[in-house]
Design a binder for this molecule. Sequence first.
Ligand SMILES: Cc1cc2nc3c(=O)[nH]c(=O)nc-3n(C[C@H](O)[C@H](O)[C@H](O)COP(=O)(O)O)c2cc1C
Length: 323
Amino acid sequence: MTAALTTEQIGVLARAVSRAPSVHNSQPWQLLIRGTEVDLIERREVELRRHDPLGRDRVLSCGAALTNLELAVRALGRDCHVDLRADGDVVATVTIGRPRATSARDYALYQAIGRRRSHRHRFFHNRVPTDVCRALAAAGETTGVHVNVPGPLDKLAELLGFATRVLRDDRGYQRELAVWTTHTHGWDAHGDGVAEEALSPEALPVAGLVRTGTPVPDDAVLADRLAAENLLIICTDGDARADHLAAGAALQRVWLTAAAKALVGSVITQPLHLTGVRARLVSELALPGVPQAIFRFGYPAVPAAPSPRLPLGELFRPPGGTR
Ligand SMILES: Cc1cc2nc3c(=O)[nH]c(=O)nc-3n(C[C@H](O)[C@H](O)[C@H](O)COP(=O)(O)O)c2cc1C
């Protein structure tokens, strides 16, 4: 018989999940605690019809939260078993097992949870050593998930430039984005959404979220800018819910590994939702699978502030409840 969690331990798990990255900081997850079992629930009512019409990024976000949940269980010195669910609102059930010493690696990643944040600014002009880049990629590699350095940057620049121009002129898209980037302040501020300060005007147009005023450099300039960054593309063998969950979990392992090594980064999925962009990326960059996210990273030139979160109380789904 394994011991149930104390209130303090539940708090540790909740804080770790809450700090995960999510599309538009929508935090599309909840937890249902049942003794030593924790369900991670996808809040499908969080809809981004223009940015994420199929809910792919929502599941990727849940995957990132799952990584944080697993690390928090291990940091508590408990064994952890994860069952992925094929369908329904519960994406995974984490079973908390017997006492087990936390590995140094897991503890370092757990500690990086609070330091990780989206850093959409330019990086300090130091290349990241090759062995560090390799360690980041290796942290994300798992069965069915491949983490690759993109090949020809002129091709990538062409596609990202194209996506920027389309998104900048898409009024429906921009309306939805405005809702998620303005409601972090003022009387209706609630703890979700992307704060204005988090979006860097001086970064690559594709390093943040493209808005109507985002300048688009020509493709050659963009290719030079990409060459000054460190990039990884997370790909999966398939394109089903399990693949999206695995990609999100991998993205977060890569990101936390970066944070544990004093690196900063941000994720780009926005262009991948445009029709045809993923297929062209696969063929023109010879990718080994379906691209799910692009991670850019480097050493920080300026600090980035943490983003808000929903109140912790909203993270828990009451037994039998729908919210
Ligand atoms: C699946 C997923 C997709 C994301 N897509 C983008 C993106 O295209 N552009 C961007 O600037 N940030 C993107 N983000 C980052 C989120 O906006 C960010 O995680 C959220 O605002 C919370 O901020 P934090 O990362 O600083 O905690 C994405 C995050 C996730 C998990």
